[in-house]
Ligand binder design. Sequence first.
Ligand code: 2IT
Length: 447
Amino acid sequence: MKTSEIMATLQAKYPGENEYLQAVQEVLESVEEVYNQHPEFEQAKIVERMVEPDRIFTFRVTWIDDEGQVQTNTGYRVQFNSAIGPYKGGLRFHKAVTPSMLKFLGFEQTFKNALTTLPMGGAKGGSDFNPRGRSDAEIMRFCQAFMTELWQCIGPDQDIPAGDVGVGGREIGYLYGMYKKLAREYNTGVLTGKGSTWGGSVLRPEATGYGALYFTQHLLEKAGKDLKGKKIALSGFGNVAWGAAKKAVELGAKVVTISGPDGCCEISKGITPEMIDYMLVMRASNHDRAQDMVDRFPDQAVFHPGKKAWSVPCDIALPCAFQNELSEDDARELVENGCWCCCEVSNMGCQPGAIHYFQHNGVLFAPGKAVNAGGVATSGLEMTQNAEHISWSGKEVDEKLHWIMHSIHEQCVKYGTQPDGSVDYVKGANIAGFMKVATAMLEQGII
Ligand code: 2IT
């Protein structure tokens, strides 16, 4: 396999699908050397098959807004790979959603899910619906309209969606309600991230952020460091940023920023529990504005319009918002201001130039598919509880999440340790995930 040849073919076939091409390039670069030591992979054309989704469903979603106007959006479900289990991955509602974005997310999800140790294949879906400024009733009508098409593509043993950007517990509730009516099937295991009274797992809302901090702890411990008293610059204010902030504070770190599309809030004394709770209000309001935090806590935070979290001095950067949110220039600014660690919590949050800059300037760096896998892992735990018709305690789920994040870190160390003893977490995560999926594909024949 030659990465450059495969990339040239994909570029010609999918021109302009930049996020998808970027995600594939990163994985292929990491695995090329190991792949070429396995002629059986080459013979079965594993890479050529793995970079293509199994199938993509595209559908029209029509709904009526509060003014009585008819609105039309496009919905998608990308079923990427089922080698190690049924399709699993979130739904993203965001104005910039395209097939390229969902293909990159489904591709990443395949390897991330492989790292969790649980039997889940990779998928992603969503819509170009923009929740900003929408009322609760509009969100419900959109979710219902979306499900009138999606329900035929999913099932508790086939494909299990969950939340992602723009889709949280409220949306999962509306989606499940409509699924139940259409499918006449009452298995809550068809969706994860449900409410705690009807099949949702305790700790699922917190799990992505908590898992990210557990991973960060392992990474720091391996490097002989710890979290206590460290300044953390965190981007976003949604579900993932919320969980990360909660656990970071609990572990003794100081969160000095949150951010949004409008700018960055600098919280020099560190985020407080009241501010962390307020992040949930901000998300539910659909304002999509970080400035709301400063309006609510004017004595404790300063707003920097148009700025990213990366302009504030910190020890550790935790991108928790969106793909490509941290550029090479941002990486340079972070390092100049003293940052020495970046754990990517958002999917593909760092641009390739930023990762390169971090790695060449001695910054500890770990990629999203390892750092943020606690979210989907806890979705896997939710599926197990649903299948057994039981619910575990917070303690049980947290212990399992801890064990999974530890195991992911071990896999990164196993496959990413360099001759000088340092760990290349990008390589480690990509090779570990790839080997598992590739082996399963090989054993299942040419399909
Ligand atoms: O990116 C992700 O891993 C998610 N949005 C969570 C997916 C899931 O199925 O819980």
